[in-house]
Design a protein around this ligand. Structure first.
Ligand code: CO
Length: 309
């Protein structure tokens, strides 16, 4: 998950909450990895995974992303979305857990076409090699170089315009990016910040970058102001109370508002620039994309990966 909602870190980080969120995220991710999702709808996947996060005592930091094949990121199920996983699909399931706004962001790619197992492996290897070089002071550009090298060595391409990111309380993108390629204008990792590293990999036939698609089904508050529409302001208040500035899905508001009404009110909030709608991100050459992701905090000796069991 990569959304930037322009919030800056306000408080010192709470390591305990990061660790608690990370454990829950890891547990849920490993259950996702083990399960066979063929025949499941994306609505079923999202609801099951989000339900498990809540049963384990945490909140979702964003709607579960179920991005299929050439869709790299930012697809979540519409209410009752009947899109179904087939026995040749590759699905990136990206999930976020938060405790008091401290976020664990992690992802796994499940793949039912053996021809693409190596693509998934390349994403996992790139993440592993990146994590193994991290400690306080390491340059983000050097992490990008390692990710790029790992992926290109096996004939695949990193997605150049998707990157990992710093996290902050109630903020998915804390302002610093961890690139998936070598890039200029770097910074050094701090021991008092949590980051997510998320290599995305496509085939040698891909373009190696993503473009915005037409579909938008993830939203987040971008400002807070009155709209002169009482119902829309009520929805705005509901979003702020329940999700803060974090992303949400239409699925999460149709419990309180009838779907047609919810869509209307959301449209008003988008027009008034109170809510931002995030488009899906699609590989520019329409090639399949695999992803792996962990959240971590750098230390003097190395790294604490919060999203491990
Ligand atoms: Co992320």
């Amino acid at each position: 998950m990569i959304l930037n909602n322009n919030q800056k870190q306000q408080k010192p980080m709470q390591v305990d909450d990061y660790l608690k969120a990370g454990k829950i995220a890891a547990q849920v991710r490993e259950n996702v990895r083990k399960k066979n999702w063929v025949g499941s709808t994306v609505a079923e996947i999202c609801e099951e995974v989000e339900g498990e996060i809540q049963r384990l005592g945490a909140k979702c930091a964003f709607p579960v992303n179920t991005s299929i094949n050439e869709v790299a990121a930012h697809y979540t199920a519409e209410p009752n979305d009947q899109k179904t996983i087939s026995d040749t699909d590759l699905v990136k399931i990206d999930l976020g857990v938060q405790i008091n706004g401290y976020i664990a962001d992690t992802a796994v790619t499940v793949c039912y076409d053996p021809n693409y197992d190596s693509l998934v492996q390349a994403a996992e290897d790139a993440l592993k090699n990146a994590i193994s070089m991290i400690k306080i002071g390491v340059k983000a550009s050097d992490i990008g170089r390692t990710i790029e090298k790992t992926i290109k060595q096996v004939g695949f391409l990193p997605i150049a315009n998707l990157s990992g990111h710093s996290l902050a309380q109630y903020t998915i993108h804390g302002g610093k990016s961890i690139p998936n390629i070598w890039s200029i204008g770097s910074f050094s990792l701090s021991g008092s910040v949590a980051y997510a590293c998320e290599p995305f990999v496509t085939t040698g036939k891909g373009m190696g970058f993503v473009q915005e698609g037409k579909i938008k089904n993830i939203f987040a508050l971008s400002s807070r102001k009155k709209t002169k529409n009482e119902e829309a302001d009520k929805l705005q208040e509901y979003i702020w109370t329940n999700f803060n500035m974090l992303p949400f899905a239409l699925r999460w508001i149709v419990k309180e508002w009838e779907e047609k009404k919810a869509r209307e009110l959301l449209e008003i909030l988008i027009k008034k620039k109170v809510v931002h709608a995030y488009p899906i991100l699609v590989e520019a050459g329409n090639q399949r994309v695999a992803q792996a992701e962990h959240t971590f905090i750098p230390t003097e000796q190395g790294v604490t990966v919060t999203t491990t069991l």
